[in-house]
Design a binder for this molecule. Structure first.
Ligand code: EPZ
Length: 456
């Protein structure tokens, strides 16, 4: 029985006097079964919205998820004079023709806990010759520096001044092409270069680029707008700057991180979940690990069916840049590995504090030890970094209900599936952050048979 707040709209907390950061009271111990639909990728849709600023005509973005990260970017676009219309079915119409400078206070007020504002730099510099970006938010999974971004913007000819509340940038003489080598294939820094280089004077060569599917989809968006972008297999991207870009009409790539999250929910609860919209090519690495861990999946035309194929087996996983195992996938997977018969290891190589969430899983009965140093592994795609950590998960350990507080987006999702896998009742506090990245989260939990209440 799912009791949403009695006197509140059932859709989402935060409206009409509802609590803005509710608690889920979850009664666990039963398999999740049913169908969920994943829409466009959170980590593409928000970037494509920023790209609309670069166009001289209207852009249309389809399959946009209804999540707070999208709302933050929409507000930031609107304070800069872009009109954004939403048809209520996931289609945004973005008209940049009225774009103007915005006041620092307005930008600060709308930046929220997102990291996307940093990607406004290039487009605003091209449009207005200046930009102010407030200090960034985002999940507490590491210190999330932006040095690669600022170095790239300086290489394009921008001046960058650090202010107490953020950074001010200017480029009164415009921006020119640059040769940039990223020390690490950073997704955000690659997006920063793409969104700046497409309108810079001359050619840009980017080495050490991220090549995630969401990056490729952003390149597709920019090419639709008139950009000239090519890439080589060794992470080198060439961008020929053009004088003007037009609007695009684009359907977002599906959210493979959300798809993987629901797959792990099925694994952890011995369930059976069909994820509509999921596609195999972008999930190949995940599907291999899912199968090795004892999961089973069927690829259909309209999605992927995920379920446990028998006893869960321990695995060794190392997170990596694409095409490796995504760092965003490891947190929900670890919940399932607590039920595997044996010892698993998860070596986190991307963020320095993305295993802290496991402490709460131990409170629920898991047996997870986190080592501050990573594991030596010869076949690394990127240079080894000092910040690596490794988790050793010994299973199977029956989970029991507990009172936990959500630490970050994927960690919070992981707590919910751990509570659903556990015997007894759990209180998962501060779930609003989960809704930052998972559209219609409560509705989907109901669709797979979760037994929970939403309380203040
Ligand atoms: C994007 O973050 C995603 N977020 C993350 O998803 C994802 O985990 C990450 O890419 C890796 O795939 C969005 O797209 C909004 P990075 P981003 O720049 O761009 C270091 C989620 O759950 N770094 O590739 O911030 C950084 O500290 C989120 O949806 C610098 O040192 O990731 C990290 O250790 C979590 N300096 C590593 O690079 C910089 O200037 C990877 O960061 C930039 C990054």
């Amino acid at each position: 029985m799912n009791t949403l707040l009695s006197d509140a709209s059932a859709s989402r907390p935060g409206g009409d006097g509802e609590p803005t950061n509710p608690t889920l009271v979850i009664r666990g111990g039963r398999p999740l079964q049913g169908r969920v639909e994943v829409k466009g990728a959170k980590n593409l849709a928000t970037k494509a919205m920023v790209a609309a600023l670069l166009g001289e005509t209207v852009s249309v973005l389809r399959d946009v998820p209804d999540i707070s990260d999208v709302q933050v970017v929409r507000s930031l676009l609107e304070v800069h004079g872009v009109t954004v219309d939403d048809d209520g079915e996931g289609v945004l119409r973005l008209d940049p023709s009225g774009a103007v400078s915005a006041h620092m206070e307005e930008i600060d007020a709308h930046a929220g806990a997102s990291r996307i504002p940093i990607l406004f730099c290039g487009p605003l510099l091209h449009l207005l010759g200046q930009a102010f970006i407030p200090d960034l938010g985002g999940c507490r999974i590491g210190d999330r520096p932006i040095d690669f971004h600022l170095d790239a913007l300086r290489a394009f000819g921008a001046t960058v001044d650090k202010l107490p509340s953020g950074i001010r940038l200017s480029a009164p003489n415009g921006l020119h092409g640059a040769d940039i080598t990223l020390p690490y294939p950073s997704v955000g820094a690659t997006e920063q270069v793409l969104l700046t280089a497409v309108r810079a004077k001359g050619t840009t060569e980017l080495r050490g680029a991220a090549i995630e599917p969401e990056i490729m989809d952003l390149i597709a968006v920019l090419q639709k707008m008139g950009a000239i972008i090519s890439y080589e297999p060794n992470r080198v991207i060439f961008i020929e700057g053009v004088d003007s870009l037009r609007g695009y009409d684009h359907r977002c790539i599906f959210d493979r991180n959300e798809a993987a999250s629901w797959a792990c929910a099925a694994l952890a609860t011995d369930g059976d979940i069909f994820v509509g919209g999921a596609k195999q090519p972008e999930m190949l690495t995940f599907l291999n690990v899912f199968r090795k861990a004892g999961g089973d999946f069927d690829i259909a035309e309209d999605g992927i069916r995920f379920r446990r194929g028998g006893a869960l087996r321990p695995v060794m996983v190392e997170t990596d840049v694409h095409p490796g195992f995504m760092t965003d996938w490891q947190q929900p997977l670890i919940v399932a590995l607590t039920q595997a018969e044996g010892v698993s290891t998860v070596h986190e190589t991307v963020y320095e504090n993305r295993l802290g969430f496991t402490q709460a899983l131990n409170k629920m009965g898991a047996d997870i030890v986190v080592h501050s140093e990573g594991l030596a592994s010869p076949d690394r795609r990127v240079p080894r970094r000092a910040l690596e950590q490794a988790a050793v998960i010994t299973g199977p350990t029956p989970l029991h209900g507990a009172d936990v507080v959500v630490p970050d987006l994927r960690g919070g999702y992981s707590y919910v599936i751990a509570a659903l896998a556990a015997e007894g009742t759990s209180h998962v506090r501060g779930v609003e952050i989960i809704r930052r990245g998972y559209e219609k989260f409560f509705d989907k939990l109901i669709a797979v048979g979760a037994d929970f209440d939403v309380v203040a």
